[in-house]
Ligand binder design. Structure first.
Ligand SMILES: [Cu+2]
Length: 276
């Protein structure tokens, strides 16, 4: 089982960077679920019917947050899963991570489109806080019940111009991303859990400088880090809307397989793209 948390560096990178709220998007599948993030809690409906769901994370806090969506196995106890998540996020069984919004900077919002089948879910923010406590341990964990509704599969997702395939350990981008809004399908075709972090590269910063950045020193090598796809187990797919400015972007998976193993970006899961 891999850690679902982003690296401490990226969590630090994401903390407290101000930005504007993006406008609503055109894509409107069956349901929209608004999840508001605060320090340290989520506000969201308790339930919604199954279907293709647009989950919109609205960050009303002062730090960066995320929402990762996990479906409980039918035999899992919600209490036990929530307790083990807050105690040791690295070793939580009985749950399947299906995606979510990897990051929304303070004051920003971002969306992901997910196929949610009926069942019991948890929403968490796994970013590390200032004192070594994960945001979920401070209260950013919430249950969600998806009641029977439309029959959904990953084939129910809206069409996307570009697909990014997450594999062990590579990012496969099917066609170039362009400036402006576009839908991008993210699919985990590997055998390990992956996610997608994306940030715009400032100036002439190199991959080496980005990887060595402590998340605080200025000038920062990355900006515009809202969006991406949160942790997905093998076989999961979601569609995210990207709204890109021209420039260079860094894409990476910073999850690891646990046990002190290297993060996936050091194994090849990173890429740099140019958006025109
Ligand atoms: Cu990965």
């Amino acid at each position: 089982m891999g850690r679902i948390t982003a690296s401490t560096v990226i969590a630090a990178v994401l903390a407290g960077i101000p930005g504007a709220i993006h406008g609503p998007t055109a894509a409107a599948p069956a349901h929209t679920l608004v999840v508001s993030a605060y320090e340290y809690t989520f506000q969201a409906p308790d339930s919604l019917p199954a279907g293709v769901v647009t989950m919109r994370l609205v960050n009303r806090g002062t730090k960066a947050h995320q929402v990762v969506v996990g479906r409980l196995d039918d035999s899992s106890s919600l209490d036990r899963v929530m307790r083990s998540l807050t105690a040791d996020k690295a070793r939580t069984g009985g749950i399947r991570w299906v995606g979510g919004v990897e990051s929304a900077l303070a004051g920003e919002s971002s969306e992901t489109i997910l196929p949610l089948t009926s069942g019991r879910y948890v929403l968490i923010c796994s970013y590390d806080g200032d004192h070594g406590l994960a945001h979920m341990a401070l209260g950013m964990i919430r249950s969600l019940v998806v009641t029977p509704g439309s029959l959904v599969t990953t084939r129910s997702l809206p069409a996307a111009q570009t697909t990014i395939a997450l594999s062990d350990y590579h990012l496969g981008i099917s066609s170039p991303l362009h400036s402006g809004k576009q839908l991008v399908r993210i699919v985990n075709v590997g055998e390990h859990r992956h996610h997608l972090f994306i940030g715009r590269i400032v100036g002439n910063a190199t991959t080496d400088e980005i990887m060595k950045w402590d998340g605080k020193s200025q000038p920062a090598p990355l900006q515009d880090m809202s969006g991406g796809a949160a942790a997905m187990d093998p076989g999961q797919a979601s569609v995210i809307e990207m709204d890109l400015k021209p420039g260079r972007y860094a894409l990476a998976c910073v999850l690891s397989n646990g046990g002190g193993s290297k993060p996936h970006y050091l194994l090849g899961m990173h890429d740099e793209i140019v958006v025109r």
